[in-house]
Design a protein around this ligand. Structure first.
Ligand code: PGA
Length: 240
């Protein structure tokens, strides 16, 4: 019922040459799942031009207003205007490095949805929080505050344990499945989202060698992938 999604989060990486070879190398591949890419903002035009119909393109961030005096921000209205499909909101790097709060993320998510964009809303605990037994508490707060008053079928959740992002350490399939099952139950009980239909991605060192066992888990509907999405070869290997 829920489609598998493989979402490449390119973060602040890739040159124009690397982007061209990425799409060149994938030109004849039939990718079996939803294939999404979020390049850095400067490359959106190029990626939009090179990405064929088998890809959907989106952004890594989106502002909480459509227009105005917000130097350096990315307007959700312009994202829509460019024909892009989605935006990532609340990545742990946005939360920890750029200090984005639950309230700011809630405003960003709502504005993006107002513009008819799909929102990939990221949540996840730090290692310290996991070791202190606070996973459910942390995720509950991130969801209830970040998605407060949100009712839409255009929300995707991405569970990304902070300790697994870019570290090479992946949550075990059991750990990830347990947490995804908790998230789905929480969505059903405490939010206005349709829990059964909501796609929940796992993120954190997903790669061709571990993607299969992660995707085999009942409540894992795809991956939000950083490092392994940068090269055509490894991106392709995420489609099973
Ligand atoms: P990673 O990044 O796959 O390099 O761990 C995932 C993410 O931050 O979305």
């Amino acid at each position: 019922m829920r489609k598998t999604h493989i979402v490449g989060n390119w973060k602040m990486n890739q040159s124009t040459e690397e982007i061209k070879s990425f799409f060149n190398e994938l030109a004849n591949e039939s990718l079996t799942s939803e294939a999404w890419i979020a390049p850095q903002a400067l490359h959106l035009g190029l990626v939009k031009e090179l990405a064929t119909d088998k890809f959907k393109v989106g952004t890594q961030n989106s502002a909480y207003e459509d227009n105005g005096a917000f130097t350096g921000e990315i307007s959700p209205k312009s994202i829509k205007d460019m024909g892009l499909h989605f935006t990532i909101i609340g990545h742990s790097e946005r939360r920890s490095i750029f200090g984005e709060t639950h309230e700011v993320l809630n405003k960003k998510a709502k504005k993006a949805l107002d513009n008819d964009l799909t929102v990939i809303f990221c949540i996840g605990e730090t290692l310290e929080e996991r070791e202190a037994g606070k996973v459910e508490e942390v995720l509950s707060e991130q969801i209830s505050k970040g998605l407060k008053d949100v009712a839409s079928d255009k929300v995707i959740l991405a569970y990304e344990p902070v300790w697994a992002i870019g570290t090479g350490v992946t949550a075990s399939p059991e750990q990830a499945q347990d947490t995804h099952a908790f998230i789905r139950k929480f969505l059903a009980k405490e939010t206005n989202l349709n829990a059964d239909k909501t796609v929940i991605l796992y993120g954190g060192s997903v790669k061709p060698s571990n993607v299969k066992e992660l995707l085999a888990c009942e409540d894992i509907d795809g991956g939000l992938v950083g490092g392994a999405s940068l090269k055509a070869e490894t991106y392709k290997g995420l489609f099973i």
